[in-house]
Structures are given as C-alpha cells and as structure tokens.
Design a protein around this ligand. Sequence first.
Ligand code: FAD
Length: 449
Amino acid sequence: MAVPDVEDHTDRTTGPQRVVIVGSGFAGFTCARELCRVLAKQDRDIEVVLVTPNDYMLYTPLLPDVAGGLIDPRFVAVSLVDALPRVRLVVATVESIDLDGRTITVTSEHHTPRTLFWDRLVLTPGSVTRLFDVPGLAEHGRGLKTVAEALYLREQLLRQLELADHEGDRDLRRARRTVVVVGASYAGTELTAQLRALADTYAKRRGFDPAEIRFVLLDTADRVMPEVGEKLSDKVLAVLRDRGIDIRLGTSLKELAGDHVVLTDDTTVATYTVAWVTGVTGAPVLGTLGLPMERGRLTVDVHLQVPGHPDVFAAGDAAAVPDLTKPGTITPPTAQHATRQGKILARNVAAGLGIGTQAAYKHRDMGLVVDLGPGFAVADPMGVRLSGFPAKVVTRAYHIYALPRGINRWAITVTYLTNAVMPRPLTLLGLVGPEEASFGSSEGIPERG
Ligand SMILES: Cc1cc2nc3c(=O)[nH]c(=O)nc-3n(C[C@H](O)[C@H](O)[C@H](O)COP(=O)(O)OP(=O)(O)OC[C@H]3O[C@@H](n4cnc5c(N)ncnc54)[C@H](O)[C@@H]3O)c2cc1C
C-alpha cells in the first residue's frame, strides 16, 4: 500500500490526530508496528508518522558480523517501507522539538527543513557512542553503531593487511598488521572475535602465519564481558587468549595518532586500526529538550511517559526507564529491553488516545547471546549458562528468530549455512571512507573539533 507523503495541516482541528515517532530502532520500530496493529482494528482517524534518518531498522547485534565480513550489510537492514506499510515514513533527522507548541523540525539532505505537528510524541532516538576526552579519538578512532562504521572497520583491516604485504619495513608491516579494540563488553568482544576471524582467513589465503596479525583488546574493567557472569567471562578470556588476542584489563587509551596509540600504562602500540566500543549515551537531540536526564538518558516513569508531559513518551537507549525487577535501578541499554518497551509504548500511546488501558513496563532480563566467531559463543538464556557449540546454536537461532522480517531471516540463514562450508569473502570494495565512518557522521552531526 503506497502511503502519501506527510502533509502538515494548517487547521489542526480538522485533520487526523498524529502520533510522531522519532527513530526507527528496536523501540521505535516495535512501537510503530504494534500501534498500527492496534489502530487497524479501530475506526479512528489517527496517523502514525515515523521520522528517522535511514529508511531501515538496523539489527545492531549483527554489526560485529558485518565488520568481520561474515554478513552482508543489507541483511541486517530491515526495510521500513516493506515492514511498516501503514506508517507514514519521513526519512529525515529531528533537529529540534517544541514541547509547548507540539511541533518538531526535521531536516534531510533532500528537503528544506520543515515543521511537523504532533498530538502524541514518542522519543526513541537511541544512543550514540560515548566518547571520552582522549586526544586524537575523534580523528583516529572509529565506533560500531552504524553500517558505515562496520563496513569501514572491515575495509580498514583488509586495506592495512594488503599494504602490509607490500611493506619492506618490518616495523611498519607490524603496525599495519595490528588492530586495537577498546571496550571488552559484549559488543567490543564480539567485534574483536569477528575481526580476528577475518584476519585469520586473510592470512591463510595469503599463506602466512595468522599470529603475525596482532590484536590488542583493552578495557578499564577487571574482566571481559562482565555481563555474562564470572564463569562464562573466564571461558571467553581463555578462548580469546588462545586465539592470540592480547587482552589488557584495567587499561585504556591515553592518546591516539595516525600511526600509533598510547595506552594508559604509557605503552605505545603502533597501529593504523583502532575501534572504540566503550558504551553509549543518549542521542544528542535529547539534550536540547531541557528535561531531566539520568546518565545521558531522558527520565521517564514506569509508563514510559515524560514527567510533566503526559503526551510525550520515551524508551529504549534514549530513556532512563525504571527497572521494576530491580528497584532503584534503570533498565540497561539493550535491544531486548528496547523491543519490549516498544510494545508498552504502543499500548500506552493508544491508551492515551482512548483505546485500551495503559500498563507499567516490567521485564525480567532473559540473558544474553554472544557470538564469538568460529565455533564459539556464550549464552545465558533464562539463567542457563552455555558455551561452545550449544551456545553457538542458541545464539544463531535467536538472531534469526529476533530479526523482524522474513527476507532478512532467510538471508542470514543462508549466510550461516554458506559459512559452514565456505570461508568468509575477502573482497575489498572500498565503499566507505574515514569521514563517513567518523563519530560525527554516525551521529548525524558535524565533526567535533
Ligand atoms: C555492535 C552492537 C551490538 C549489540 N548487540 C546487542 C545484543 O546482542 N543484544 C542486545 O540486547 N543489545 C545489543 N546491542 C544494543 C542494542 O543495539 C541497543 O540497545 C538498541 O539498538 C536500542 O534500541 P533503540 O530503539 O533505543 O535505539 P536504536 O536501535 O539505536 O535506534 C535509534 C533510532 O533513532 C534514530 N535517530 C537518532 N537520532 C535521531 C534524530 N535526531 N531524528 C530522527 N531519528 C533519530 C536512529 O537513526 C535509529 O533509527 C548492541 C549494540 C551494538 C552497537
């Protein structure tokens, strides 16, 4: 069904009521889908508008596999036009929000800025990589929040490996064959494992010892992946060390330059490839609202409503949602919570429009699945600790199940099956340059000085 472009009504008393959702990640996508389902059964003139910079929902848990060259980036991008046919899609970025005037201003490279009104506003713009005041980080580090960043890391690694093959100087060759990843929680650890697998494939294909490619994984914490508990964390540490990954705990970066980094223990590591995966903070647009925030996330109540603004809702990484299963804490920024909060958002927005009743958000964490490259994964579904092959099966089955569209599930299934019998491809397409993968570009804001 083709949905016409969003019109702005000058007379707001006659047009349909409008729910505007900002952001098409796990929370915004789920909210839009569930809200359309609820509204389809009602004879009400209510339109659902989704404003988002890209015309897809990004399945971020598989970004490390994209960076590792295992999965094609199109397979982790869920088409919004296909998945949400009843939603009015505005491919643009929300620049400002007027809470009293009930409008938002959106910009895109294809249109001049325009203003859209809303009757209910749902804020789900997610998060951005948390940067610290480390000299050289914005210029020389790259995150893992977008397709561009994942592709850049893959291409940067392959490019440096190819340059190293032709490098006569031993030290330079070693630098080009060195990768530094900062952040050993699940995303950074998965990234390290996938890049290691890509590098190993390259070395085998080019006939040299994979041990010549060095990986350094840093974290200020005293263990890798503390999220999965001590036992699994110890297993992960052993497996990564067995793969030759140099893990330095209690250590981070002090400084980055184009050809080296300096660690906090003053060691210098020569490298051209640095990934920064140290956690997230709420999307920049949230800071423009002048509303109470907690740890970079917008304060909301258990109904996902912004206090003092009953028509404004927020959830996912963007919101500090009280965790009713652990009083006094907020829910962690995970896809698991964002998806479930998206459903409650839809329910409570509908309730505010006189359809059904509202509910408080309460969800007990179901555990994590973490794919750590060839033959290994860890998972703790419902508290059952798994590692190795059983965890691999659970992890891959979970991702296929959790992807919200059949075509994406199919593509990922075929990729996994192909990968069981064929090595991952090493082609270097050179599509993403350092600028497109900079932290500023991933946030849709100009580069920081
Ligand atoms: C590499 C990686 C691996 C991960 N693995 C897992 C995992 O295995 N399990 C798990 O539970 N979680 C995982 N996560 C965390 C998970 O991705 C997030 O918690 C989840 O994406 C949060 O969903 P969200 O809807 O709040 O935000 P997002 O999914 O980040 O979506 C935010 C949306 O808002 C849009 N947006 C931002 N600013 C604006 C604006 N100004 N105007 C309009 N739109 C805007 C964005 O473009 C995006 O569409 C991982 C994250 C990463 C980066």
